[in-house]
Structures are given as C-alpha cells and as structure tokens.
Design a protein around this ligand. Structure first.
Ligand SMILES: Cc1cc2nc3c(=O)[nH]c(=O)nc-3n(C[C@H](O)[C@H](O)[C@H](O)COP(=O)(O)OP(=O)(O)OC[C@H]3O[C@@H](n4cnc5c(N)ncnc54)[C@H](O)[C@@H]3O)c2cc1C
Length: 328
C-alpha cells in the first residue's frame, strides 16, 4: 500500500519517517506504531500530502497535540499520521491573530499576552494545538473557540487547494465544530483579540492556572475530561461519576482520578483496552444509578475499520448503541 507513498515522499522530498511510536505524542502516553508519519512544512505541502494520501486511498489521520485521543496500542496502526507541528507561524494581520495549526495553544496565549492582546486566555491550560482546538471547538471558563474564531484555512477531501472559511457561530456546539462533519483539516486559523494591559491578561492567566492546578490532576497522564458534561443533567460528568462512587476505581493501568472524577489517568502501564473498559464501566454505572447517559469527550480511535466508521463503544440506554465521538 505504501509503495506509491514512498515514491512520492522521495520525489517531493517530503519530511517523513517510517515505523514511528505514537504513544509519546499523546498525553495519555498510549498508542502503537505509525507505519508512516509526514510533517508538511507549509500549507501548500500539506495540501499536496493530504491530496496524495486521499487519491491513493491510503488511510490517514491528523494528530495534533494528542491531548484528546485514545490511540490503539496493538502493534502497527492502520493509518499514516500527518503531523502539522511545522505550521508554527504566529502573527497579527489586520487586528486578528493568525496562527498555524501546529502552534500549541498555551504558547499562542503567551504570545498574545506579551503583546497586550487579550481574549485567548481561556485556551491557556488546554494542551492541544491550534488545529485540534478549532476542530474540537475546545473551551474552558465559559468560553470556546467559536467565540473568538475569525477565520480558518482548511483543506477538505476533493479540494486541490487551501480554502478560507468563516463559519457562523451557530455552526458550533459543545465540543462540536462544522469541520468534523466536513472532514476538514485545519491548516491555519485567525482569532479575534482585544487590546488589554499585559499585566491584566497575566493576572487572568495566573488565576486560571491556579484553578486548574487545584482541581485537575495535571501531574498525571490523561486526555482531559473523559466525558462531556450533560447539558441538562443533575450535575457535571465528574460529579455524577463521583456520586456513583468511582473516584480511584481502576481497570488495569487506567484509573478514575481521585482528584477529579472526569479524568481517566494512565497510572503507568495502561493499555488502550483498559481505558475503553473504564469508560464503558463508568458510563454504565452512571446510567444504572442516575439515568444519565454520558457521552465520551475523549476521541477513541479503533484499529479497524480504518477511517471514520468506528463502532460505538457500548450500547446506549435504548440498546441501540451510543453515538461515538470517533472519526475525523
Ligand atoms: C490536562 C488536560 C486538560 C484539558 N482541558 C481541556 C479544556 O479545558 N477544554 C477542552 O475543550 N479540552 C481540554 N482538554 C482536551 C484537549 O486538550 C482538547 O480537546 C484539544 O482541543 C485537543 O487538541 P489536540 O491538538 O491535542 O488534538 P488531538 O488530540 O491531537 O486530536 C483531537 C481530534 O482533532 C483532530 N485534529 C487535530 N488537529 C487537527 C487539524 N489541524 N485539522 C483537523 N483535525 C485535527 C484529530 O484528528 C482528532 O480527531 C484537556 C486535555 C488535557 C490532557
């Protein structure tokens, strides 16, 4: 399957490696071996790579900061991994901050804070990259990417070029962006900011950091919140899991954090299957005892089938199967 890819990599001198362990690129530190990893150096090269992979019918996935994914750990992965880490330019253009998809969100916030540009503080403790944050419509402290996104530059299957899109805020939801349904790859984004004294921005950043350190197990390996908060439920996902007595509950090397019940942490040797089983278990207990059906926020990648058609992880309350957040 990769004969043609090898030929294209050599022909275009793309930056690529074969047989690369993916676990170190995920915050859970779980994942198998990618047969190929490609690092486009600019937007045009990204388009050429994505087009080639799609045209050749080679399964691929984009991995950002790896802070919201659970990657299978049984040997060789069925996808080529595209890493956008090299798309790292940040600049201001006509009053908005424009950043490459590979810019880590905390770095973007610090960059803006130093220049007295406020509005992005909520991103400061989210350990993903710009592309991943936009794709997820990540958010914290009552704000989300949709509130500040001015434009995104994307590639979509079938397009031979980068397209600038200006999605309406109505197209976004809780951890939902229009890019998910369109299978867009975000290559660059622009964010609205407002002039503020740098010391005022820094004070907000400090306060947010203090709050996270106090409430979240940041020293442990996790992928952030395991479940979305129910929109009209009797409490947050963490409160519900705590209420059914699962704080500290373990399956294999995976544990519900004693500090924050919505964080599943890798205690050192957790397998993909430990985390999946713990997600299923917590979800089933909350459903049985509190009749709330939790939706995973962590994106679970299944080894097979290869792209976008992952089965649900467990049956839903009506026995029909819960909606899986998987697939890009
Ligand atoms: C300690 C901790 C705290 C967290 N706190 C928060 C929080 O407060 N709020 C919150 O919303 N999230 C939080 N998260 C979760 C996570 O950081 C966010 O979901 C983040 O947006 C994921 O970005 P990423 O770059 O790591 O994406 P990844 O985990 O690498 O990927 C997630 C999905 O996005 C896709 N993707 C990534 N980049 C692109 C791209 N350029 N184009 C298209 N698709 C792409 C991937 O294919 C995958 O489907 C936390 C995680 C941790 C570990």
């Amino acid at each position: 399957m990769f004969e043609h890819l090898r030929y294209e990599v050599q022909r275009h001198r793309w930056l690529a490696r074969t047989d690369v362990p993916v676990a170190p690129w995920t915050t859970l530190r779980i994942g198998g071996i990618a047969p190929w990893v490609l690092w486009p150096r600019d937007l045009e090269e990204a388009v050429a790579i994505l087009e080639t992979l799609t045209r050749q019918d080679i399964p691929w996935r984009v991995l950002g900061g790896g802070s919201n994914v659970l990657v299978p750990d049984t040997g060789s992965l069925p996808w080529v991994i595209v890493k956008l880490d090299r798309l790292r330019q940040v600049r201001t253009v006509d009053g908005v901050v424009q950043a490459g998809a590979g810019v880590p969100a905390p770095k973007l916030c610090m960059w803006a804070a130093r220049r007295g540009l406020g509005g992005l503080e909520f991103m400061s403790g989210i350990p993903g990259q710009v592309g991943g944050l936009v794709w997820m419509n990540a958010g914290a402290f009552g704000r989300s990417v949709a509130d500040v996104l001015a434009a995104a530059w994307v590639w979509e299957p079938g397009l031979a070029t980068v397209v600038q899109v200006l999605p309406a805020s109505a197209e976004f939801g809780y951890r939902k962006s229009p890019f998910q349904a369109r299978r867009s790859v975000i290559l660059q984004a622009a964010f609205r900011v407002e002039a503020q004294p740098p010391e005022a921005i820094r004070a907000v950043l400090q306060e947010m950091k203090r709050y996270r350190l106090q409430t979240q197990p940041l020293q442990d390996r996790s992928a952030g919140c395991a479940f979305k908060n129910p929109t009209d439920g009797p409490g947050s996902a963490g409160q519900l899991i705590e209420r059914v007595g699962l704080k500290g509950y373990r399956i294999g090397g995976a544990m519900i954090s004693p500090k924050h019940a919505n964080f599943i942490v890798n205690t050192g040797s957790a397998a993909w299957s430990d985390v999946v089983r713990l997600i299923e278990y917590a979800r089933a207990r909350v459903w049985e005892q509190l009749h709330v059906w939790l939706e995973p926020e962590i994106e679970i990648w299944h080894g097979s089938p290869p792209r976008g058609t992952n089965p649900p992880i467990v049956g839903g309350p009506d026995g029909s199967g819960g909606a899986s957040p998987c697939g890009s």
